[in-house]
Design a protein around this ligand. Structure first.
Ligand code: DAH
Length: 370
C-alpha cells in the first residue's frame, strides 16, 4: 500500500468516524440477522478499521504505535458494543417467544372448542369388573387367586374330576377338541380343572378362587355363547363341612348383591362333588316378596323369588384321593358360577350377545370403575 494512502486510512478523524458509524449501526440493529450483517460490515475482514489495521505496516515506524493504539481501541469498542447488543436482542427474543407460547391453563374453553369431539375414555368390560370383585371378596377371606390354561389336558378337565370317559360332558357336542377327538387336548369346558392344578401345586390347606374363560360348542344366541366365564372356588382343609360352604356362599351373595341376602342349596349331581347342589341366590330385587305378596311382580326373578346361580358341593373323596390327599384327615368344598349369568341378573341384561359383541355403547354404561 502506498504510504500516503495508508496515512489517510489511519487518520484520527477517519478512525473516529468509522467507530461512530459502527456504533450507530449496532444500536439500530433490531434483530439477530440485522446484527450479523452489521458485524460483517463494521468488524469484518473488509471493514474500514480492518483495512486501516492492515495499513499500519506501510506507516513510518514513528507513527505506527499511536495509530495502532487508536485503531485497536476503536475495534475493541465496536466488539464490546456488538456483544452487548447481542445479549439484549437475545433477551428480547426469549421474552417474545415466552409471551407468544404462553398457555393460560385457567382459561375457559370457547364454544367451538367445547363442541370439538374429545377422545373417549372408553369403559371396562363389566365381566372384567365382576370377576375382579368376586376375587376381591375371596382374597379378603385369605383365598389365593389361581389360574390354569384355557387349552387344557382332557385329564385335568374330566378324568381327574371323576368325569368318566362315557360321561355326556365329554361328548363331541359339548367340547372343543384342539386337533381331534383323540388329541387329549381340549378348550376347557369349565374352570373346575383349576381345582386339580391348585391341589397338585399347593401344600394343604388350600383356599383358592379362580375366575376364567371357558368354551363349549354352543351357538351364539340370546342365552348361549361358545365362550363364557366362570368363577371356581375351592377350600380343602381339616374339618371342612357343608356348613362352611353355605356360609361362604351367603357371604359372597351379600358382598355382591346386598346385605341380608341368602342362598339356597338344591340337591343335584356333579361327578366331582358328593353331595352336590345347585346354588340359588335369593332375588336381590324383590327379596322373595313376589312369593308371599300377590301384588308384587318381579321382573328380575320372574316371580320365582330365587335366581339360579351355580353348582357346588363337598369335593368328592375320589377326586381328593386322586391327587394324593388323605381323606381321613382332609375334606373340602367347591363351587362354580357362571359370570355372564350373574351379570345378566344383576343388570337385567336380556340378550347375552350384548356381553360378547364389544359395542362400546354397552360397556360405556358401566363406566371405567375398577
Ligand atoms: N363345573 C360345573 C359346570 O361347569 C360347575 C360346578 C359345579 C363347579 C359344582 C363346582 C362344583 O366347583 O362344585 O357346570
Amino acid at each position: 500500500m502506498d504510504p500516503q494512502q495508508a496515512a489517510l486510512l489511519v487518520e484520527p478523524d477517519r478512525v473516529a468516524a468509522a467507530l461512530s458509524e459502527a456504533l450507530a449501526a449496532i444500536a439500530a440493529a433490531a434483530t439477530p440477522p440485522d446484527l450479523a450483517a452489521t458485524r460483517q460490515l463494521h468488524d469484518g475482514d473488509r471493514s474500514p478499521l480492518a483495512l486501516a489495521n492492515r495499513a499500519l505496516g506501510s506507516l513510518p515506524p514513528s507513527e505506527r504505535a499511536a495509530a495502532g493504539a487508536r485503531i485497536g481501541a476503536a475495534r475493541t469498542s465496536i466488539r464490546e458494543a456488538l456483544l452487548a447488543r447481542e445479549g439484549l436482542l437475545h433477551q428480547q427474543w426469549q421474552a417474545a417467544t415466552l409471551r407468544a407460547e404462553r398457555v393460560d391453563v385457567t382459561e375457559a374453553l370457547t364454544r367451538s372448542e367445547q363442541q370439538r369431539p374429545r377422545v373417549g375414555r372408553g369403559g371396562r368390560h363389566p365381566l372384567s369388573t365382576i370377576a375382579e370383585r368376586v376375587a376381591e371378596v375371596f382374597t379378603a377371606l385369605g383365598y389365593e387367586v389361581a389360574e390354569g390354561p384355557e387349552v387344557e389336558a382332557e385329564w385335568f378337565t374330566f378324568d381327574a374330576l371323576n368325569i368318566p370317559a362315557d360321561h355326556p360332558a365329554r361328548s363331541m357336542q359339548d367340547t372343543f377338541f384342539v386337533t381331534s377327538g383323540e388329541s387329549g387336548v381340549v378348550l376347557r369346558t369349565q374352570t373346575s380343572p383349576i381345582q386339580i392344578r391348585a391341589l397338585l401345586a399347593r401344600p394343604l390347606p388350600v383356599y383358592v378362587i379362580a375366575p376364567g374363560r371357558v368354551y363349549r360348542t354352543d351357538e351364539l344366541d340370546a342365552t348361549h355363547t361358545p365362550v363364557f366365564h366362570q368363577v371356581e372356588g375351592l377350600a380343602v382343609d381339616r374339618g371342612i363341612t357343608m356348613a362352611d360352604l353355605k356360609g361362604t356362599l351367603d357371604h359372597l351373595a351379600q358382598a355382591m348383591f346386598g346385605s341380608g341376602l341368602v342362598t339356597r342349596l338344591r340337591p343335584s349331581y356333579f361327578p366331582f362333588t358328593e353331595p352336590s347342589a345347585e346354588v340359588d341366590l335369593q332375588c336381590f330385587a324383590c327379596r322373595g316378596a313376589c312369593l308371599t305378596d300377590a301384588s308384587v311382580a318381579c321382573r328380575t326373578c320372574g316371580n320365582e323369588g330365587w335366581i339360579e346361580w351355580g353348582g357346588c358341593g363337598m369335593v368328592n373323596p375320589r377326586v381328593l384321593r386322586g391327587v394324593g390327599i388323605d381323606t381321613d384327615t382332609y375334606s373340602g368344598f367347591a363351587f362354580g358360577m357362571g359370570l355372564e349369568r350373574t351379570l345378566m341378573n344383576r343388570h337385567r341384561i336380556v340378550d347375552m350377545r350384548a356381553l360378547v359383541e364389544g359395542d362400546i355403547r354397552f360397556t360405556r354404561q358401566f363406566g371405567s370403575a375398577l
